[in-house]
Design a protein around this ligand. Sequence first.
Ligand code: NAD
Length: 296
Amino acid sequence: MASIGFVGLGNMGGPMAANLISAGHAVTGFDLSQAARDRLKEVGGTPADNVAEAVYRADVVVTMLPAGKHVRAVYTGPDGILENARPGTLLIDSSTIDVDSARAVAHAAAEAGMAMIDAPVSGGVGGATAGTLTFMVGGEAEAFERARPFLQAMGKTIVHAGGSGTGQAAKICNNMILGISMIAVSEAFVLAERLGLDAQKLFDISSTASGQCWSLTTYCPVPGPVPSSPANRDYQPGFAAQMMLKDLKLAQEAAQSSGASTPLGAQASTLYNLFCNAGNADVDFSGIVRFLRGQS
Ligand code: NAD
């Protein structure tokens, strides 16, 4: 069993660390929040007073932090992971961050003698708690194989996407499809309402026709056709609109820095920005149908 240093014990990191402990690993963790450190102790982990204390004896380090600037600071900043972990330590960053930061930090890690993978997740807090997350992994094949048993303790589907940064690329490309398709499906329901077409009838037809997609058949943005979708519980998340906006912004940053043309991704980002600014940041992202209806 391995000694694991875990930094970032929030909504996702807390239950992920708990699953590593359940799998028999010794987890020493640090978070800026005292409450998060207390929760780690409750599930059998060892709270640390700072990043250095969490990682200096670790075989493996896992981080689950808000954004790229936090990841850069925690890894490459003074008193950070690269200064304090032993050469040969395996580094796993599961935060959702920009591709450029993921690649820059992995490069700095390699120079310090440590293999690093980017391993963002989908599955939300429910998946983190149940240990059923999907991991999209970027990095060398050898590092991926070393990481696999630890990722399996926290998730169910583990995919090697390619070299460094491609895990983050997979995450933002997938969520750009999701954001665009949710708006497309929502616009169709709003137009159907205006045209006197019953929502259930549109669902019955499109779910077996060429308009079929996950946003329609699994996560339908109007109440009724898919009883488990957030539309049936007043759009409680689920997947909050502000999280969708974060991922769409990351996709736009990546599109700009790589020169890719993503006009619908840009428009989806603008619409989710308006939706969040109208007081809907904590509403499920499928609630954008109400916003579109209100605009019509
Ligand atoms: P969170 O805000 O609950 O947790 C982040 C934690 O990092 C906080 O507890 C914070 O105190 C800690 N932190 C910040 N800076 C730190 C530092 N310098 N040192 C130590 N700790 C520090 O966020 P979360 O929901 O757990 O999300 C974490 C990451 O996972 C994000 O990148 C998010 O986009 C991604 N993600 C979240 C979900 C979800 O449903 N919540 C789903 C998929 C991916």
